[in-house]
Design a protein around this ligand. Sequence first.
Ligand code: CP
Length: 312
Amino acid sequence: MNGLSTPHLLGIRDLTREDIELIFSQADHFKQVINQPIKRVPSLRDITIANLFFENSTRTRLSFELAEKRLSADVINFSASTSSVKKGETLVDTVNNILAMKVDMTVMRHASPGAASFLASRVNSVIVNAGDGTHEHPTQALLDAYSIREQLGSIRGKKVAIVGDIRHSRVALSNIWCLKKLGAEVVLCGPTTLIPKHIESLGVRVSHDLRETLAWCDVANMLRIQLERQEVEVPYFPGLREYSSLFGLDRRLLESLSRKIVIMHPGPINRGVEISSDVADHSQSIILQQVENGVAVRMAVIYLLAQGIKRT
Ligand code: CP
């Protein structure tokens, strides 16, 4: 047993509130570690982890690799674009070949929703979902919630707005599960076409008025428009300029609010679309603190899951 209610991290939906709180308290410890001159602990010296990225990533891939190295695990990295996947090998065959090299844990990003769960049911490895299509991005939601807790002291009762392309966002879905489990109020804000029908069944409210939403919230998490997932004949909105004028956050709007709110973004940012440059770099923006916290939170996730691996 690893202390969590699950042997894998496939999505926030599967976690309990106690799981999330355990991850946060472990991350508090690792945040101290990574702020010391020697940023490494020997905890996972006997564990080997494979990072499998079938989709592009900057933050998540580097953050996982750094977290694993800070825990003294052996790390191997796999990128689909330079692998034998290009020669027709299946996902399960690829992963089983990697596991035959005595790998204990697999971190995977994949374009297909459900890919992490599919793998967990077919291979003998601890699986960590680093983003599966439009489905979930659990470690992003954990680091987002951890960053809100760090800024505001707690999550319960806090008002969080998630703004933008909710339809295509795994970050939005994982954030909704996480924030609701921790007792936050959540409003989703964006154009009608970018908000899934019936999303209120997850216990959130929907708004199409950015100013009203910002006036209500304590935290605004601004999401990128995922143009790469919008391959449709009729576009979801007329153009980026119109989107930006209705749902983009600029300094004038931010500073017209009657109180200070926390600004977040999971990255990558499209400066001048969902967020202006001066808001991204504003003193109320915690975008780089989110990235720093990502390493501590991923260390906590990997450390806890590794406690369930039998050492032979
Ligand atoms: N936030 C996030 O997942 O960023 P990357 O796509 O760069 O990993």
